[in-house]
Design a protein around this ligand. Structure first.
Ligand SMILES: Nc1ncnc2c1ncn2[C@@H]1O[C@H](COP(=O)(O)OP(=O)(O)O)[C@@H](O)[C@H]1O
Ligand SMILES: [Mg+2]
Length: 217
């Protein structure tokens, strides 16, 4: 479902990725691990089409993303990729419900439909009584669950998460990881997760190790 072929990326004269070949199947949960500075975030940004490789090919759901024009790529990203970052990156001026609705509105969903679906997602993530709160009024774990709801709203082909539990305490971390596995079981959701958490990595279907710009499994 996701395929990378020979992806390279340099910043100045630092070559971070030296030819990354990966195949990730539908409903697979893949953990990416590796030392700090190894290029994990760079790779995730490239898989998420937020950054482009210097060379190589990325194919998601049969679409070769390098062939899309900017506008097409933005629409493709909006519909196919959900992001969860270490620090939620919710918009502070908007409520939890509004934050979750935004990707659906960008996808030109009718507001009433977007709202209904956002409420269902928040309900599924046990946040029904938090919907009208702004991020500052939510706990760290709640904010991260709102970010997961936002990532899910357009029913993406894949969720990309970059150290999603990196800023959570043990209890919230375990809850978030349990949620990922629940989504994988119930919705066949595909995940690619960069993590330092050994427990999460060891429960994933596959662990990809990035070191010196290449992968080893
Ligand atoms: N936009 C950028 N400009 C210059 N250097 C960068 C940029 N992004 C990342 N790097 C460098 O590339 C290397 C890999 O970074 P990153 O992908 O963030 O690693 P990781 O997520 O594995 O810790 C690091 O040495 C980092 O400093
Ligand atoms: Mg990183």
């Amino acid at each position: 479902m996701i395929q990378t072929e020979g992806i390279t990326k340099s910043f100045g004269n630092l070559q971070v990725l030296k030819g990354i070949d990966l195949t990730i199947d539908k409903s697979e949960m893949v953990a990416i691990i590796g030392p700090s500075g190894a290029g994990k975030t760079t790779l995730l940004q490239i898989i998420g089409t937020l950054d482009s490789p210097d060379s190589g090919r990325l194919t998601i759901n049969g679409t070769e993303t390098g062939l899309l024009k900017d506008k097409e790529l933005a629409a493709f990203r909006n519909r196919n990729i959900g992001f969860v970052f270490q620090f939620h990156q919710l918009l502070p001026e908007f409520t939890a419900l509004e934050n979750v609705m935004i990707p659906a509105l960008i996808a030109r969903e009718k507001p009433a439909v977007a709202e209904k679906r956002a409420k269902e997602m928040l309900d599924f993530l046990k946040l029904s009584d938090r919907m009208s709160h702004k991020p500052a009024e939510l706990s760290g774990g709640e904010k991260q669950r709102v970010a997961v709801a936002r990532a899910l709203i357009n029913n993406p082909a894949v969720i990309l998460a970059d150290e999603p539990s990196g800023s959570l305490d043990t209890k919230n971390k375990e809850e978030l990881h349990a949620l990922f596995f629940e989504l994988r079981e119930q919705m066949k959701q595909t995940f690619v997760i960069v993590t330092h958490d050994e427990q999460l990595a060891s429960s994933a279907d596959r662990v990809i190790h990035i070191k010196d710009g290449v992968v080893s499994e």
